[in-house]
Design a protein around this ligand. Structure first.
Ligand code: F6P
Length: 550
Protein backbone atom coordinates (compact mmCIF):
# COMPACT_ATOMS: atom_id res chain seq x y z
CA UNK A 1 0.00 0.00 0.00
CA UNK A 2 1.24 3.49 -0.79
CA UNK A 3 0.92 6.71 1.18
CA UNK A 4 -2.07 7.54 -1.04
CA UNK A 5 -3.74 4.31 0.03
CA UNK A 6 -3.51 2.60 -3.35
CA UNK A 7 -1.79 -0.68 -4.03
CA UNK A 8 1.05 -0.35 -6.50
CA UNK A 9 1.87 -2.92 -9.15
CA UNK A 10 4.90 -4.26 -7.31
CA UNK A 11 2.86 -4.73 -4.13
CA UNK A 12 0.14 -6.84 -5.71
CA UNK A 13 -0.06 -10.53 -4.81
CA UNK A 14 0.42 -11.41 -8.49
CA UNK A 15 3.71 -9.50 -8.68
CA UNK A 16 4.92 -10.96 -5.39
CA UNK A 17 4.01 -14.45 -6.61
CA UNK A 18 6.10 -13.91 -9.73
CA UNK A 19 9.06 -12.68 -7.70
CA UNK A 20 8.83 -15.76 -5.48
CA UNK A 21 8.48 -18.03 -8.49
CA UNK A 22 11.57 -16.44 -10.02
CA UNK A 23 13.52 -17.28 -6.85
CA UNK A 24 12.25 -20.84 -6.77
CA UNK A 25 13.03 -21.38 -10.42
CA UNK A 26 16.58 -20.20 -9.78
CA UNK A 27 18.93 -20.89 -12.63
CA UNK A 28 16.50 -22.97 -14.63
CA UNK A 29 18.24 -24.52 -17.67
CA UNK A 30 16.67 -24.72 -21.10
CA UNK A 31 18.44 -28.03 -21.63
CA UNK A 32 16.59 -29.42 -18.62
CA UNK A 33 13.24 -27.96 -19.63
CA UNK A 34 13.51 -29.56 -23.08
CA UNK A 35 14.68 -32.86 -21.61
CA UNK A 36 11.77 -32.91 -19.18
CA UNK A 37 9.17 -32.13 -21.84
CA UNK A 38 9.95 -33.68 -25.22
CA UNK A 39 6.92 -31.99 -26.82
CA UNK A 40 7.97 -28.51 -25.68
CA UNK A 41 8.96 -27.42 -29.20
CA UNK A 42 5.37 -27.62 -30.38
CA UNK A 43 3.57 -27.15 -27.06
CA UNK A 44 5.18 -23.74 -26.66
CA UNK A 45 4.25 -22.42 -30.09
CA UNK A 46 1.29 -20.40 -31.36
CA UNK A 47 -0.01 -19.24 -34.70
CA UNK A 48 -1.52 -15.92 -35.59
CA UNK A 49 -2.39 -15.21 -39.22
CA UNK A 50 0.63 -16.36 -41.23
CA UNK A 51 3.00 -16.12 -38.28
CA UNK A 52 4.30 -19.15 -36.44
CA UNK A 53 5.58 -18.04 -33.05
CA UNK A 54 7.87 -20.39 -31.12
CA UNK A 55 8.41 -19.38 -27.50
CA UNK A 56 9.77 -22.69 -26.28
CA UNK A 57 13.30 -21.30 -25.88
CA UNK A 58 12.25 -19.07 -22.99
CA UNK A 59 13.16 -19.48 -19.35
CA UNK A 60 9.58 -20.27 -18.43
CA UNK A 61 7.44 -23.15 -17.28
CA UNK A 62 3.66 -23.54 -17.39
CA UNK A 63 3.60 -22.03 -13.90
CA UNK A 64 5.52 -18.96 -15.07
CA UNK A 65 3.09 -18.40 -17.90
CA UNK A 66 0.10 -18.86 -15.63
CA UNK A 67 1.49 -16.38 -13.09
CA UNK A 68 2.21 -13.87 -15.85
CA UNK A 69 -1.34 -14.22 -17.15
CA UNK A 70 -2.61 -13.66 -13.62
CA UNK A 71 -0.61 -10.43 -13.51
CA UNK A 72 -2.22 -9.40 -16.79
CA UNK A 73 -5.65 -10.18 -15.38
CA UNK A 74 -4.93 -8.28 -12.16
CA UNK A 75 -3.83 -5.23 -14.14
CA UNK A 76 -6.85 -5.54 -16.42
CA UNK A 77 -4.88 -5.57 -19.66
CA UNK A 78 -7.91 -6.83 -21.58
CA UNK A 79 -10.11 -4.15 -20.01
CA UNK A 80 -7.78 -1.43 -21.30
CA UNK A 81 -7.56 -3.23 -24.64
CA UNK A 82 -11.35 -3.16 -24.97
CA UNK A 83 -11.41 0.51 -24.02
CA UNK A 84 -8.84 1.21 -26.74
CA UNK A 85 -10.83 -0.66 -29.40
CA UNK A 86 -14.00 1.15 -28.28
CA UNK A 87 -12.37 4.53 -28.87
CA UNK A 88 -12.18 5.60 -25.23
CA UNK A 89 -9.64 8.29 -24.38
CA UNK A 90 -6.99 6.03 -22.91
CA UNK A 91 -4.20 8.48 -23.76
CA UNK A 92 -4.85 10.23 -20.46
CA UNK A 93 -2.25 12.98 -20.55
CA UNK A 94 -3.42 14.20 -23.95
CA UNK A 95 -7.06 13.26 -23.41
CA UNK A 96 -7.15 11.38 -26.72
CA UNK A 97 -8.52 8.15 -28.07
CA UNK A 98 -5.98 5.64 -29.37
CA UNK A 99 -7.45 4.19 -32.50
CA UNK A 100 -4.79 3.10 -34.96
CA UNK A 101 -6.85 -0.10 -35.14
CA UNK A 102 -9.59 1.93 -36.87
CA UNK A 103 -7.16 2.68 -39.71
CA UNK A 104 -7.38 -0.94 -40.84
CA UNK A 105 -10.98 -1.66 -39.91
CA UNK A 106 -13.22 -2.89 -42.72
CA UNK A 107 -15.47 -0.37 -44.48
CA UNK A 108 -18.61 -1.49 -42.65
CA UNK A 109 -17.12 -1.37 -39.14
CA UNK A 110 -18.47 1.16 -36.65
CA UNK A 111 -15.98 2.75 -34.24
CA UNK A 112 -17.02 5.90 -32.46
CA UNK A 113 -15.02 8.76 -31.04
CA UNK A 114 -17.12 11.39 -29.24
CA UNK A 115 -20.23 9.79 -30.71
CA UNK A 116 -19.02 9.92 -34.31
CA UNK A 117 -18.25 6.85 -36.42
CA UNK A 118 -14.68 7.41 -37.67
CA UNK A 119 -14.56 4.52 -40.15
CA UNK A 120 -16.19 6.30 -43.14
CA UNK A 121 -13.60 9.11 -42.79
CA UNK A 122 -10.77 6.58 -42.75
CA UNK A 123 -12.00 4.99 -45.96
CA UNK A 124 -12.66 8.33 -47.64
CA UNK A 125 -8.99 9.24 -47.10
CA UNK A 126 -7.82 5.80 -48.23
CA UNK A 127 -9.89 6.22 -51.41
CA UNK A 128 -8.46 9.69 -52.02
CA UNK A 129 -4.94 8.32 -51.48
CA UNK A 130 -5.65 5.45 -53.89
CA UNK A 131 -6.87 7.85 -56.59
CA UNK A 132 -3.77 9.99 -56.20
CA UNK A 133 -1.39 7.03 -56.03
CA UNK A 134 -2.88 5.58 -59.21
CA UNK A 135 -2.49 8.90 -61.02
CA UNK A 136 1.18 9.19 -60.02
CA UNK A 137 1.88 5.54 -60.87
CA UNK A 138 0.22 5.76 -64.27
CA UNK A 139 1.87 9.05 -65.21
CA UNK A 140 -1.46 10.88 -65.35
CA UNK A 141 -0.32 13.23 -62.57
CA UNK A 142 2.32 15.39 -64.15
CA UNK A 143 4.64 18.04 -62.78
CA UNK A 144 4.54 21.76 -63.55
CA UNK A 145 6.27 21.38 -66.90
CA UNK A 146 4.10 18.45 -68.00
CA UNK A 147 6.71 15.79 -67.31
CA UNK A 148 5.55 12.70 -65.45
CA UNK A 149 6.63 12.17 -61.86
CA UNK A 150 9.54 9.76 -61.55
CA UNK A 151 10.77 10.59 -58.05
CA UNK A 152 8.90 10.70 -54.78
CA UNK A 153 10.59 12.30 -51.77
CA UNK A 154 8.92 11.89 -48.38
CA UNK A 155 9.90 14.60 -45.91
CA UNK A 156 9.02 13.76 -42.32
CA UNK A 157 10.61 12.61 -39.10
CA UNK A 158 9.88 10.07 -36.35
CA UNK A 159 6.60 8.38 -37.06
CA UNK A 160 6.20 10.43 -40.23
CA UNK A 161 9.36 8.87 -41.64
CA UNK A 162 10.31 5.60 -39.96
CA UNK A 163 7.13 3.72 -40.88
CA UNK A 164 6.96 4.53 -44.59
CA UNK A 165 10.75 4.23 -44.95
CA UNK A 166 10.78 0.85 -43.19
CA UNK A 167 7.80 -0.50 -45.11
CA UNK A 168 9.16 0.74 -48.46
CA UNK A 169 12.38 -1.21 -47.81
CA UNK A 170 10.46 -4.24 -46.58
CA UNK A 171 8.25 -4.36 -49.63
CA UNK A 172 10.73 -3.34 -52.30
CA UNK A 173 9.97 -6.35 -54.49
CA UNK A 174 6.36 -5.13 -54.67
CA UNK A 175 7.26 -1.55 -55.58
CA UNK A 176 7.04 0.24 -58.93
CA UNK A 177 10.65 -0.12 -59.96
CA UNK A 178 10.38 2.72 -62.50
CA UNK A 179 9.90 5.22 -59.68
CA UNK A 180 12.58 6.42 -57.26
CA UNK A 181 11.70 6.84 -53.59
CA UNK A 182 13.72 8.78 -51.05
CA UNK A 183 13.05 9.57 -47.39
CA UNK A 184 14.41 12.76 -45.84
CA UNK A 185 14.19 13.25 -42.09
CA UNK A 186 17.34 14.78 -40.62
CA UNK A 187 17.56 18.55 -40.26
CA UNK A 188 21.21 18.11 -41.27
CA UNK A 189 21.10 19.68 -44.74
CA UNK A 190 23.17 16.78 -46.03
CA UNK A 191 20.11 14.56 -45.90
CA UNK A 192 18.06 16.63 -48.34
CA UNK A 193 21.15 17.36 -50.43
CA UNK A 194 21.90 13.68 -50.97
CA UNK A 195 18.24 12.89 -51.57
CA UNK A 196 17.76 15.39 -54.41
CA UNK A 197 21.21 16.03 -55.87
CA UNK A 198 20.69 13.65 -58.81
CA UNK A 199 16.97 14.32 -59.32
CA UNK A 200 15.21 16.46 -61.91
CA UNK A 201 12.88 18.88 -60.10
CA UNK A 202 10.42 18.68 -63.00
CA UNK A 203 9.96 14.97 -62.24
CA UNK A 204 9.98 15.17 -58.43
CA UNK A 205 7.05 15.03 -56.03
CA UNK A 206 7.56 16.03 -52.40
CA UNK A 207 5.32 14.53 -49.77
CA UNK A 208 5.49 16.60 -46.60
CA UNK A 209 4.47 14.27 -43.79
CA UNK A 210 3.82 15.79 -40.39
CA UNK A 211 0.97 15.12 -38.03
CA UNK A 212 1.32 18.51 -36.37
CA UNK A 213 2.91 20.35 -39.31
CA UNK A 214 4.98 22.25 -36.76
CA UNK A 215 7.96 19.91 -36.44
CA UNK A 216 11.00 22.08 -37.00
CA UNK A 217 13.05 19.48 -38.90
CA UNK A 218 10.27 18.74 -41.34
CA UNK A 219 9.19 22.34 -41.94
CA UNK A 220 12.83 23.41 -42.42
CA UNK A 221 13.49 20.61 -44.92
CA UNK A 222 10.20 21.24 -46.72
CA UNK A 223 11.05 24.93 -47.04
CA UNK A 224 14.47 24.09 -48.48
CA UNK A 225 12.90 21.54 -50.82
CA UNK A 226 10.50 24.19 -52.08
CA UNK A 227 13.44 26.56 -52.76
CA UNK A 228 15.26 23.74 -54.61
CA UNK A 229 12.17 23.06 -56.69
CA UNK A 230 11.45 26.68 -57.54
CA UNK A 231 15.09 27.32 -58.39
CA UNK A 232 15.05 24.35 -60.72
CA UNK A 233 11.76 25.29 -62.36
CA UNK A 234 12.32 28.99 -62.96
CA UNK A 235 10.69 30.36 -59.80
CA UNK A 236 7.02 30.06 -60.73
CA UNK A 237 5.17 29.66 -57.37
CA UNK A 238 2.39 27.80 -59.18
CA UNK A 239 4.75 24.83 -59.49
CA UNK A 240 4.31 24.09 -55.78
CA UNK A 241 0.75 22.80 -56.29
CA UNK A 242 1.95 20.09 -58.72
CA UNK A 243 5.02 19.06 -56.74
CA UNK A 244 3.98 19.26 -53.08
CA UNK A 245 1.36 17.32 -51.17
CA UNK A 246 0.88 17.19 -47.42
CA UNK A 247 -0.07 14.48 -44.93
CA UNK A 248 -1.29 16.04 -41.72
CA UNK A 249 -3.97 16.62 -39.11
CA UNK A 250 -3.39 20.38 -39.30
CA UNK A 251 -5.18 21.95 -42.29
CA UNK A 252 -4.43 25.51 -41.20
CA UNK A 253 -0.68 25.00 -41.02
CA UNK A 254 -0.64 23.13 -44.33
CA UNK A 255 -2.41 26.05 -46.02
CA UNK A 256 -0.06 28.46 -44.26
CA UNK A 257 2.91 26.64 -45.74
CA UNK A 258 1.47 27.21 -49.22
CA UNK A 259 0.31 23.68 -50.03
CA UNK A 260 -3.10 23.49 -51.67
CA UNK A 261 -5.39 21.82 -49.11
CA UNK A 262 -6.93 19.81 -51.96
CA UNK A 263 -3.53 18.11 -52.01
CA UNK A 264 -3.66 17.34 -48.32
CA UNK A 265 -4.42 13.86 -47.02
CA UNK A 266 -5.71 14.05 -43.52
CA UNK A 267 -5.61 11.90 -40.45
CA UNK A 268 -6.72 12.46 -36.90
CA UNK A 269 -5.44 13.21 -33.42
CA UNK A 270 -6.41 9.69 -32.32
CA UNK A 271 -3.59 8.32 -34.47
CA UNK A 272 -0.24 8.52 -32.66
CA UNK A 273 2.76 9.43 -34.84
CA UNK A 274 4.46 6.08 -34.23
CA UNK A 275 1.22 4.26 -35.02
CA UNK A 276 0.53 6.16 -38.21
CA UNK A 277 2.13 4.60 -41.24
CA UNK A 278 -1.08 2.81 -42.13
CA UNK A 279 -2.85 6.21 -42.23
CA UNK A 280 -2.28 8.96 -44.82
CA UNK A 281 1.34 8.93 -43.59
CA UNK A 282 1.71 5.82 -45.78
CA UNK A 283 1.04 7.72 -49.02
CA UNK A 284 4.59 7.30 -50.33
CA UNK A 285 4.32 3.58 -49.62
CA UNK A 286 0.97 3.39 -51.36
CA UNK A 287 2.45 5.08 -54.43
CA UNK A 288 5.30 2.56 -54.30
CA UNK A 289 3.29 -0.64 -53.92
CA UNK A 290 -0.09 0.45 -55.27
CA UNK A 291 -3.45 0.69 -53.47
CA UNK A 292 -4.25 -3.04 -53.71
CA UNK A 293 -1.05 -4.11 -51.99
CA UNK A 294 -1.54 -1.36 -49.41
CA UNK A 295 -5.01 -2.78 -48.72
CA UNK A 296 -3.47 -6.25 -48.31
CA UNK A 297 -1.11 -4.78 -45.74
CA UNK A 298 -4.01 -3.20 -43.84
CA UNK A 299 -5.81 -6.54 -43.90
CA UNK A 300 -2.70 -8.10 -42.37
CA UNK A 301 -2.80 -5.56 -39.53
CA UNK A 302 -6.49 -6.30 -39.06
CA UNK A 303 -5.92 -10.05 -38.73
CA UNK A 304 -3.68 -9.45 -35.71
CA UNK A 305 -5.99 -6.74 -34.32
CA UNK A 306 -8.84 -9.24 -34.32
CA UNK A 307 -6.65 -11.90 -32.78
CA UNK A 308 -5.54 -9.54 -30.01
CA UNK A 309 -9.13 -8.42 -29.42
CA UNK A 310 -10.67 -11.89 -29.26
CA UNK A 311 -8.12 -14.64 -28.55
CA UNK A 312 -8.16 -16.04 -25.01
CA UNK A 313 -5.19 -15.19 -22.82
CA UNK A 314 -3.61 -18.66 -23.23
CA UNK A 315 -3.28 -18.27 -27.00
CA UNK A 316 -3.07 -14.49 -27.35
CA UNK A 317 0.29 -13.87 -29.01
CA UNK A 318 0.74 -10.14 -28.33
CA UNK A 319 -0.23 -10.77 -24.70
CA UNK A 320 2.30 -13.57 -24.47
CA UNK A 321 5.13 -11.55 -26.04
CA UNK A 322 4.38 -8.58 -23.81
CA UNK A 323 4.39 -10.75 -20.70
CA UNK A 324 7.63 -12.48 -21.66
CA UNK A 325 9.24 -9.04 -21.91
CA UNK A 326 7.95 -8.24 -18.43
CA UNK A 327 9.33 -11.54 -17.12
CA UNK A 328 12.83 -10.58 -18.23
CA UNK A 329 12.70 -6.82 -17.63
CA UNK A 330 11.11 -6.98 -14.20
CA UNK A 331 12.17 -10.35 -12.82
CA UNK A 332 15.58 -10.95 -14.46
CA UNK A 333 16.85 -7.36 -14.68
CA UNK A 334 17.25 -7.54 -18.46
CA UNK A 335 17.81 -4.03 -19.75
CA UNK A 336 17.48 -4.50 -23.47
CA UNK A 337 15.67 -6.49 -26.11
CA UNK A 338 17.17 -7.42 -29.47
CA UNK A 339 15.09 -7.75 -32.63
CA UNK A 340 17.03 -9.66 -35.28
CA UNK A 341 15.32 -10.07 -38.64
CA UNK A 342 16.82 -12.59 -41.04
CA UNK A 343 15.75 -10.61 -44.07
CA UNK A 344 17.68 -7.94 -45.88
CA UNK A 345 14.36 -6.27 -46.63
CA UNK A 346 13.74 -5.74 -42.92
CA UNK A 347 16.88 -3.64 -42.56
CA UNK A 348 14.88 -0.75 -41.07
CA UNK A 349 12.47 -2.83 -39.04
CA UNK A 350 14.28 -2.60 -35.71
CA UNK A 351 14.84 1.15 -36.09
CA UNK A 352 11.10 1.44 -36.65
CA UNK A 353 10.42 -0.64 -33.54
CA UNK A 354 12.75 1.55 -31.51
CA UNK A 355 10.35 4.46 -31.83
CA UNK A 356 7.29 2.26 -31.43
CA UNK A 357 8.57 0.70 -28.23
CA UNK A 358 10.91 3.25 -26.67
CA UNK A 359 8.79 6.35 -27.32
CA UNK A 360 5.72 4.46 -26.07
CA UNK A 361 7.09 2.80 -22.97
CA UNK A 362 10.08 4.96 -22.06
CA UNK A 363 8.19 6.38 -19.10
CA UNK A 364 8.94 6.71 -15.39
CA UNK A 365 5.65 7.92 -13.97
CA UNK A 366 2.42 5.97 -14.02
CA UNK A 367 -0.87 7.06 -15.52
CA UNK A 368 -1.63 9.06 -12.37
CA UNK A 369 1.73 10.81 -12.42
CA UNK A 370 3.29 8.82 -9.58
CA UNK A 371 6.89 7.63 -10.05
CA UNK A 372 6.92 3.98 -11.05
CA UNK A 373 8.74 1.61 -8.72
CA UNK A 374 9.50 -0.95 -11.41
CA UNK A 375 11.41 -1.07 -14.65
CA UNK A 376 9.49 -0.01 -17.79
CA UNK A 377 10.41 -0.23 -21.50
CA UNK A 378 13.66 -1.90 -22.59
CA UNK A 379 16.33 -0.59 -24.92
CA UNK A 380 15.35 -2.07 -28.29
CA UNK A 381 18.13 -2.72 -30.75
CA UNK A 382 19.35 -5.01 -33.50
CA UNK A 383 20.11 -5.29 -37.19
CA UNK A 384 19.46 -8.00 -39.75
CA UNK A 385 21.18 -11.35 -39.42
CA UNK A 386 23.60 -12.64 -40.49
CA UNK A 387 25.53 -9.37 -40.28
CA UNK A 388 25.02 -9.11 -36.53
CA UNK A 389 26.52 -12.57 -36.09
CA UNK A 390 29.86 -11.18 -37.20
CA UNK A 391 29.60 -8.13 -34.98
CA UNK A 392 27.75 -8.11 -31.66
CA UNK A 393 26.40 -11.66 -31.27
CA UNK A 394 29.60 -12.49 -29.38
CA UNK A 395 28.27 -10.44 -26.47
CA UNK A 396 24.87 -12.12 -26.59
CA UNK A 397 26.48 -15.58 -26.58
CA UNK A 398 29.31 -15.11 -24.10
CA UNK A 399 28.92 -11.68 -22.49
CA UNK A 400 27.62 -11.01 -19.00
CA UNK A 401 24.26 -9.55 -19.95
CA UNK A 402 20.94 -11.25 -20.41
CA UNK A 403 19.55 -10.14 -23.77
CA UNK A 404 16.24 -11.65 -24.78
CA UNK A 405 15.92 -11.61 -28.57
CA UNK A 406 13.34 -12.03 -31.30
CA UNK A 407 14.43 -13.86 -34.43
CA UNK A 408 12.24 -13.16 -37.48
CA UNK A 409 12.62 -15.28 -40.59
CA UNK A 410 10.81 -16.38 -43.74
CA UNK A 411 10.46 -19.73 -45.42
CA UNK A 412 10.65 -18.43 -48.99
CA UNK A 413 12.99 -15.90 -50.57
CA UNK A 414 11.38 -13.22 -52.71
CA UNK A 415 10.23 -14.37 -56.12
CA UNK A 416 12.33 -12.02 -58.22
CA UNK A 417 15.73 -13.32 -57.08
CA UNK A 418 17.68 -15.42 -59.55
CA UNK A 419 17.73 -19.18 -58.90
CA UNK A 420 21.29 -18.93 -57.66
CA UNK A 421 20.40 -16.19 -55.17
CA UNK A 422 17.26 -18.02 -54.09
CA UNK A 423 19.45 -20.99 -53.26
CA UNK A 424 21.30 -18.82 -50.72
CA UNK A 425 18.11 -18.61 -48.69
CA UNK A 426 18.63 -22.01 -47.09
CA UNK A 427 22.06 -20.90 -45.92
CA UNK A 428 20.56 -17.74 -44.45
CA UNK A 429 17.93 -19.78 -42.63
CA UNK A 430 20.42 -22.40 -41.49
CA UNK A 431 22.12 -19.55 -39.64
CA UNK A 432 18.76 -18.40 -38.30
CA UNK A 433 17.98 -21.79 -36.77
CA UNK A 434 21.55 -22.40 -35.62
CA UNK A 435 21.74 -19.17 -33.67
CA UNK A 436 18.65 -19.72 -31.52
CA UNK A 437 19.84 -23.27 -30.94
CA UNK A 438 23.30 -22.13 -29.83
CA UNK A 439 21.84 -19.37 -27.68
CA UNK A 440 19.45 -21.73 -25.94
CA UNK A 441 21.56 -24.83 -25.44
CA UNK A 442 25.13 -23.59 -25.62
CA UNK A 443 28.02 -26.02 -25.37
CA UNK A 444 29.15 -27.55 -22.09
CA UNK A 445 32.81 -27.84 -21.03
CA UNK A 446 32.55 -31.61 -21.50
CA UNK A 447 31.32 -31.20 -25.04
CA UNK A 448 34.20 -28.84 -25.72
CA UNK A 449 36.71 -31.30 -24.22
CA UNK A 450 35.26 -34.12 -26.28
CA UNK A 451 36.37 -32.18 -29.36
CA UNK A 452 39.96 -32.42 -28.16
CA UNK A 453 40.24 -28.77 -27.18
CA UNK A 454 43.24 -28.11 -24.85
CA UNK A 455 42.15 -27.62 -21.25
CA UNK A 456 43.27 -23.97 -21.07
CA UNK A 457 40.94 -23.10 -23.94
CA UNK A 458 37.91 -24.96 -22.59
CA UNK A 459 36.47 -21.99 -20.65
CA UNK A 460 36.85 -19.78 -23.69
CA UNK A 461 35.08 -22.20 -25.99
CA UNK A 462 32.28 -23.03 -23.58
CA UNK A 463 28.87 -21.50 -24.30
CA UNK A 464 26.65 -21.12 -21.25
CA UNK A 465 23.52 -21.10 -23.37
CA UNK A 466 20.20 -20.30 -21.67
CA UNK A 467 19.77 -17.11 -23.69
CA UNK A 468 16.05 -16.73 -24.31
CA UNK A 469 14.67 -16.16 -27.79
CA UNK A 470 11.34 -15.99 -29.59
CA UNK A 471 11.32 -17.27 -33.15
CA UNK A 472 8.78 -15.80 -35.56
CA UNK A 473 8.57 -17.67 -38.82
CA UNK A 474 6.37 -16.67 -41.77
CA UNK A 475 6.02 -18.13 -45.27
CA UNK A 476 7.15 -15.00 -47.10
CA UNK A 477 7.55 -11.26 -46.55
CA UNK A 478 4.35 -9.98 -48.21
CA UNK A 479 2.41 -6.76 -47.51
CA UNK A 480 -0.03 -8.74 -45.36
CA UNK A 481 2.75 -10.39 -43.37
CA UNK A 482 4.40 -7.03 -42.77
CA UNK A 483 1.11 -5.66 -41.45
CA UNK A 484 0.77 -8.69 -39.19
CA UNK A 485 4.26 -8.23 -37.80
CA UNK A 486 3.83 -4.54 -37.09
CA UNK A 487 0.45 -5.04 -35.42
CA UNK A 488 1.97 -7.82 -33.31
CA UNK A 489 4.59 -5.44 -31.95
CA UNK A 490 2.11 -2.58 -31.54
CA UNK A 491 -0.05 -4.75 -29.30
CA UNK A 492 2.91 -6.24 -27.47
CA UNK A 493 3.97 -2.70 -26.53
CA UNK A 494 0.37 -1.99 -25.51
CA UNK A 495 0.30 -4.99 -23.18
CA UNK A 496 3.47 -3.93 -21.42
CA UNK A 497 2.30 -0.34 -20.98
CA UNK A 498 -1.00 -1.62 -19.58
CA UNK A 499 0.72 -3.84 -16.99
CA UNK A 500 3.16 -1.09 -16.00
CA UNK A 501 0.24 1.35 -15.75
CA UNK A 502 1.99 3.97 -17.90
CA UNK A 503 0.61 6.09 -20.73
CA UNK A 504 2.12 4.44 -23.81
CA UNK A 505 0.64 7.07 -26.13
CA UNK A 506 2.22 10.35 -25.10
CA UNK A 507 5.85 11.43 -25.58
CA UNK A 508 6.55 14.40 -23.33
CA UNK A 509 10.17 13.33 -23.08
CA UNK A 510 11.00 14.80 -26.47
CA UNK A 511 9.79 18.29 -25.56
CA UNK A 512 12.62 19.62 -23.37
CA UNK A 513 15.26 19.08 -26.05
CA UNK A 514 13.09 20.94 -28.57
CA UNK A 515 12.69 23.94 -26.25
CA UNK A 516 16.40 24.09 -25.42
CA UNK A 517 17.37 23.83 -29.11
CA UNK A 518 15.20 26.88 -29.82
CA UNK A 519 16.85 28.74 -26.98
CA UNK A 520 20.42 27.97 -27.99
CA UNK A 521 19.98 28.44 -31.74
CA UNK A 522 20.36 32.26 -31.75
CA UNK A 523 23.72 31.86 -30.01
CA UNK A 524 24.89 29.79 -32.97
CA UNK A 525 23.34 31.66 -35.87
CA UNK A 526 23.46 35.27 -34.68
CA UNK A 527 26.09 35.09 -32.01
CA UNK A 528 23.46 36.28 -29.53
CA UNK A 529 24.17 36.16 -25.82
CA UNK A 530 21.88 33.50 -24.40
CA UNK A 531 21.15 33.96 -20.72
CA UNK A 532 21.29 31.09 -18.29
CA UNK A 533 23.39 28.58 -20.23
CA UNK A 534 25.25 26.13 -18.02
CA UNK A 535 29.04 26.37 -17.99
CA UNK A 536 29.55 23.31 -20.15
CA UNK A 537 27.12 24.37 -22.88
CA UNK A 538 28.46 27.93 -22.80
CA UNK A 539 32.01 26.68 -23.42
CA UNK A 540 30.83 24.30 -26.12
CA UNK A 541 28.95 27.05 -27.93
CA UNK A 542 31.97 29.35 -27.74
CA UNK A 543 34.22 26.60 -29.15
CA UNK A 544 31.70 25.83 -31.87
CA UNK A 545 31.61 29.48 -32.95
CA UNK A 546 35.37 29.68 -32.95
CA UNK A 547 35.70 26.54 -35.08
CA UNK A 548 32.87 27.65 -37.35
CA UNK A 549 34.65 31.00 -37.83
CA UNK A 550 31.90 33.22 -36.40
O1 F6P B 1 9.56 12.85 -31.55
C1 F6P B 1 8.35 13.42 -31.23
C2 F6P B 1 7.35 13.29 -32.32
O2 F6P B 1 6.22 14.00 -31.92
C3 F6P B 1 6.99 11.85 -32.67
O3 F6P B 1 6.10 11.29 -31.79
C4 F6P B 1 6.45 12.04 -34.04
O4 F6P B 1 6.34 10.82 -34.72
C5 F6P B 1 7.48 12.98 -34.62
O5 F6P B 1 7.81 13.84 -33.55
C6 F6P B 1 7.05 13.76 -35.82
O6 F6P B 1 5.93 14.54 -35.55
P1 F6P B 1 5.06 15.17 -36.71
O7 F6P B 1 4.48 14.06 -37.51
O8 F6P B 1 4.02 15.99 -36.02
O9 F6P B 1 5.96 16.02 -37.56
Amino acid sequence: MNADGRTRLNQTPEWTALAKHREELGEVRLRELFAAEPGRGTAYALRVGDLYVDYSKHLVTDDTLRLLRELAAATDVFGLRDAMFRGEKINVTEDRAVLHTALRAPRDAVIEVDGENVVPGVHAVLDKMAGFADRVRSGEWTGHTGKRIRNVVNIGIGGSDLGPAMAYEALRPFTARDLTFRFVSNVDGADLHEAVRDLDPAETLFIVASKTFTTIETITNATSARSWLLKGLGGDEKAVAKHFVALSTNTEKVAGFGIDVDNMFEFWDWVGGRYSYDSAIGLSLMIAIGPDRFREMLDGFHIVDEHFRTAPAESNVPLLLGLLGIWYGNFHDAQSHAVLPYSHYLSKFTAYLQQLDMESNGKSVDRDGRPVQWQTGPVVWGTPGTNGQHAYYQLIHQGTKLIPADFIGFARPVAELSEELKAQHDLLMANFFAQTQALAFGKTPDEVRAEGVPEELVPHKTFQGNHPTTTILAPELTPSVLGQLVALYEHKVFVQGAVWNIDSFDQWGVELGKVLAKRVEPALTEGAEVEGLDASTEALVATYRELRGR
